[in-house]
Design a binder for this molecule. Sequence first.
Ligand SMILES: *Cc1c(COP(=O)(O)O)cnc(C)c1O
Length: 430
Amino acid sequence: MSDLDIQQKDKQYVWHPFTHLRYAESPIHIVKGEGAYFYDADGNKLLDAISSWWVNLHGHCHPYISQKVTEQLNTLEHAIFSGFTHTPAVNLAERLLGYLPKNQSKIFYSDNGSTSVEVALKMTLQYWHNQGLSKKKFIAFENAYHGDTFGGMSVGARNVFNNAFENLLFDVIHIPLPSVENIDDLESTLQSWFTHHNDIAGFIFEPLVQGAAGMLMYEAEHLDRLISICQQNKVICIADEVMTGFGRTGKFFASDYLKNKPDIICLSKGLTGGYMPLGVTACAQFIYDAYISDDKTKTFFHGHSYTANSTACSAALASLDLMEKAETWKQIQLISNLHADFVSSHQNHKRLKNCRSKGTILALEINTDEHTHYLNNASESIATYFLKQQIIVRPLGNILYLIPPYCITEKELMRTYKVVDLFLSGLPVF
Ligand SMILES: *Cc1c(COP(=O)(O)O)cnc(C)c1O
């Protein structure tokens, strides 16, 4: 089928996510993936500098993961997970718990990042409910993004993404990201809430990097202080590591930078190396224990048809095999170092408001005459510029970021930086 046919049929039959139906350009028809590259129907080789929406870790069509997935497909493609189990799900749970902070002891499966958050929120609410306590409120950060389902939207920022649903979202206490300037105040504000209210169920956060907000970064030390005050007051702490997990921040999990460990951890995106949808909500033993009872109403009544899909679990196991290789960590270190060098050479750049990195994530806040926000027109023009250079980026408004697959080479990364510099040098100064 010709490319034109696909483009036309796409327009006729398909509705794409986060896509303006009038102004968006026709989608690019990807026909093949290999390593850090996509190939489109016109024969272009495109560098995937954003890991296909932050999911891909080891490159596209990695022979090892593909082989493991193929073997699993020929053995057991999927099985009902209530009343039944299978080896990939059990092995994956055991191995994940080996990497996660030591206080984590049970793995609950679902199928994506949003469901891993929904599970975390429901698990927390029912933890209190099962003990006869009415604690229903969550604390979350301003600008947070926790997925597109109703619970995820509720704990997320109120913005253009969820305007239409605003009065249906449950009430959440949104607090600013901590910084040197506000951490003392934040701590005392939280303490006074906890002293005067006993209805706070949990605190959910994206540890160290708020992805969709524009790769906003904050200090582990400050998050540690907030977790500490929450845990002292028996507020369940939920780390949404959907984006930050699996080496993205330079350590296996962003929680590895913390002294105070979260009670619940959400994983997805890189979990399967970017191969298949899969979500994980890990929890500490004391949460699981609140569901052990003779009373059947204390069961956690939550599940999805594709819970713990065996093929997805086998992709995750294969991805973990690759995460265990020294070569992968050498690459993570290399990308982190190169990003850090880029940041130090771009401090006070006159076309940038800010330039920052954490591990393999690099973000540049470009000076435009508009305020920084998602609908900023800068986004499309930046993406178009990079596409002409055969590089795929997807800026969040005027925030250009790179989050490459770990297989990217130094040469490819240096070329990408060069294109960034060329782009910046062509910009007017505001
Ligand atoms: C992407 C993301 C989600 C949602 O995951 P989906 O798989 O897209 O539903 C939730 N939380 C964070 C921090 C994310 O980056």
